[in-house]
Write a protein that binds this ligand. Structure first.
Ligand code: SAJ
Length: 440
C-alpha cells in the first residue's frame, strides 16, 4: 500500500490521530466536530487557560456547548495540550491560527509562521496538513510547503499531503455551523486534495474539492471581499442619498423588493470585525506584490474606513441645526460591538466614532449590554459602559445609535432622548418622536 492509501484508510476508519493547532472560535468547533465523528483529537494551543479549561471539560467558546466538550473528554476523543511535541504521533493536523493585520496594514503572518515552525520539528512521513486560516493566495505553497516538506526530504503528494481549506465560522450563528457549512478544499497536488478531502468528508457534510490550494485561498477572499465592497457601495449610497435629500433606507428597502439579481446590504458607521475589513487587504497586499492595484478593494476600504468620520460630521451638522456646538455636548453612544447582539469589539467603528467625538471636545459616554469596558489600542483612552442606560439617555444632549442590539427598547430611547442620531435605522419603524431622530 502507498503512503497515500495507508493514510486514507486510517482517515476513513477513524484510526488516524488528529491534531488541531489553535483552539479559538475556529479550532475548537472543528476539534469537536472531528471528535464527534469518532476521531481521537488533540487540541494544541500555547494558551494554558484554554488548555486547562478544555481538559476540565469546560468550553470557553459560546458556540461550543460544555456538554459536548465534556462528553468527548470523557470518552477520550478530545484532549488539549500546550506541548507541540505530541505532533510526532499525529497523522492529520489542521492549522487554525489568527491572521490579523499589522498596524501598518500589512498581513501579520506571525501566527502561521510560528505554527509552521513548531510543526516542522515533528514532520514525518504519512501526515496530512490543512491550513484553515484566511490568508493571501500562495501562502500554503510559498510558506508552508518549503518549511514542512523539502527541509525533511519528504515529497509532498507522495510522503505527506498539504492542503488549504478556508474557515467559514460565523460566531453566534446557529443555522450554519462547522458541520453543515460546505467546506472548500484545495491541495498542493491532486493527491493532497484527495487525502484532505477524504479526511474532512469523514466529519463535515459537504466538502467542495477544488483543483489547488490557491483556488481555495482565493475563494475565501472572494467571499469576504464581495461583502466588503458591497457594504462600501451602500455606504457611499448613504452619502449620495443625503446629498440628494433622499432616504437611503427607503431606497434600499425598495431595491430589496426585487426577487432576483439584488442582495441587500445596509449602510452603517463603518466596517468592524476580524474578517470583512481585513481579509480583502490580504488580497490587495498580494496583488501589489504582483504589481497589480486592486482598485475596488482600495476604494471600498477608503469609503468604509471614512464612515466614522462621516457619522461625526453628520452629527456635528445636526447639533449645529439645533444651535448646539458639539464642543462640550454630552453624547451617549449606544452599542460598542462591531455588529448587533455579540460581545466582540474587534475593529469596531464605535471606537473610532468615540475617539473622533472626544477630539471634537464632546463629553462622551457609551453603553453596550455585552461590552462592559472598552479601550482604544492606539489612542490609549478607556471607558466603562454606563450603568444606568436610560438615565444616560435622558442626560445626553445627543444619543448616537452605533450598534443596533436587539436588547434596546428604541421607542423608550426616543421617548426619553433630546435628540437621536441613528446610524443603523434601528428606529426606522417608530413614528412617535420621529422629529427627534436623524438617520444616516
Ligand atoms: N455591515 C454593514 N452592512 C451590512 C453588513 C455588515 O455595515 O450590510 C457591517 C457590520 O456592522 C460589521 C461588518 O460589516 O461591522 C462585518 O459584518 P458581517 O455581517 O460581515 O459579520 P462578520 O464580520 O462576523 O462576518 C462573518 C463572515 N464569516 C466568515 O468569514 C466565515 C462573513 O463571511 C459572513 O457572511 C458574516 O459573518 C455573516 O453573514 O454573518
Amino acid at each position: 500500500m502507498t503512503t497515500k492509501d495507508t493514510l486514507i484508510k486510517k482517515l476513513q476508519d477513524k484510526s488516524a490521530e488528529i491534531a488541531i493547532l489553535g483552539l479559538g472560535y475556529v479550532g475548537l468547533p472543528l476539534a469537536v466536530v472531528f471528535g464527534e465523528a469518532g476521531f481521537k483529537v488533540t487540541g494544541i494551543d500555547p494558551d494554558t487557560r484554554k488548555v486547562d479549561l478544555l481538559n476540565k471539560s469546560e468550553s470557553y467558546i459560546p458556540d461550543v456547548k460544555t456538554e459536548a466538550v465534556a462528553k468527548l473528554v470523557k470518552s477520550g476523543h478530545l484532549k488539549a495540550t500546550t506541548d507541540f511535541s505530541v505532533l510526532k504521533d499525529m497523522d492529520a493536523v489542521s492549522i487554525c491560527v489568527p491572521t490579523p493585520l499589522r498596524k501598518t496594514g500589512d498581513p501579520d503572518m506571525s501566527f502561521i509562521m510560528a505554527a509552521t515552525e513548531e510543526l516542522s520539528k515533528y514532520m514525518h512521513k504519512g501526515m496530512v496538513i490543512v491550513l484553515e486560516s484566511t490568508t493571501y493566495p500562495g501562502t500554503t505553497r510559498e510558506v508552508l510547503l518549503p518549511k514542512l516538506g523539502a527541509e525533511h526530504g519528504l515529497t509532498v503528494g507522495k510522503d505527506w499531503f498539504l492542503a488549504f481549506s478556508p474557515e467559514r465560522v460565523d460566531p453566534g450563528r446557529e443555522d450554519y455551523t462547522t458541520i453543515n457549512t460546505p467546506k472548500v478544499m484545495g491541495g498542493i497536488t491532486e493527491a493532497c486534495g484527495e487525502v484532505a478531502t477524504a479526511w474532512y468528508e469523514g466529519a463535515i457534510k459537504t466538502v467542495h474539492h477544488v483543483s489547488s490550494a490557491e483556488a481555495a485561498e482565493m475563494a475565501k477572499l472572494l467571499e469576504n471581499t464581495f461583502r466588503m465592497i458591497n457594504i462600501g457601495l451602500v455606504n457611499e449610497l448613504a452619502i449620495m442619498c443625503e446629498r440628494l435629500g433622499v432616504d437611503v433606507w427607503e431606497v434600499i428597502d425598495a431595491a430589496a423588493t426585487k426577487p432576483f439579481g439584488f442582495m441587500k446590504f445596509t449602510p452603517g458607521p463603518g466596517l468592524g470585525g476580524h474578517c470583512i475589513p481585513i481579509d480583502p487587504l490580504y488580497l490587495s497586499w498580494k496583488m501589489k506584490a504582483l504589481n497589480y492595484n486592486a482598485r475596488f478593494i482600495g476604494l471600498a476600504d477608503e469609503i468604509n474606513t471614512n464612515m466614522p468620520r462621516y457619522v461625526v460630521s453628520r452629527l456635528l451638522e445636526a447639533m449645529n441645526d439645533r444651535g448646539r456646538p458639539l464642543q462640550g455636548c454630552r453624547v451617549l453612544v449606544l452599542g460598542a460591538a462591531y455588529k448587533p447582539d455579540i460581545d466582540d469589539v474587534r475593529e469596531s467603528p464605535a471606537l473610532d466614532v468615540i475617539g473622533l467625538l472626544k477630539k471634537k471636545g464632546a463629553q462622551v459616554d457609551y453603553h453596550d449590554p455585552y461590552i462592559p469596558h472598552i479601550h482604544h489600542e492606539y489612542d490609549g483612552w478607556q471607558m466603562d459602559s454606563v450603568k444606568d442606560m436610560m438615565k444616560a439617555v435622558k442626560e445626553a444632549d445627543a444619543v448616537v445609535i452605533v450598534t443596533n442590539h436587539k436588547a434596546y427598547d428604541y421607542a423608550a430611547i426616543i421617548q426619553e432622548a433630546k435628540f437621536v442620531f441613528d446610524t443603523r435605522n434601528a428606529t426606522g419603524r417608530i413614528a412617535k418622536g420621529n422629529e427627534k431622530v436623524v438617520r444616516l
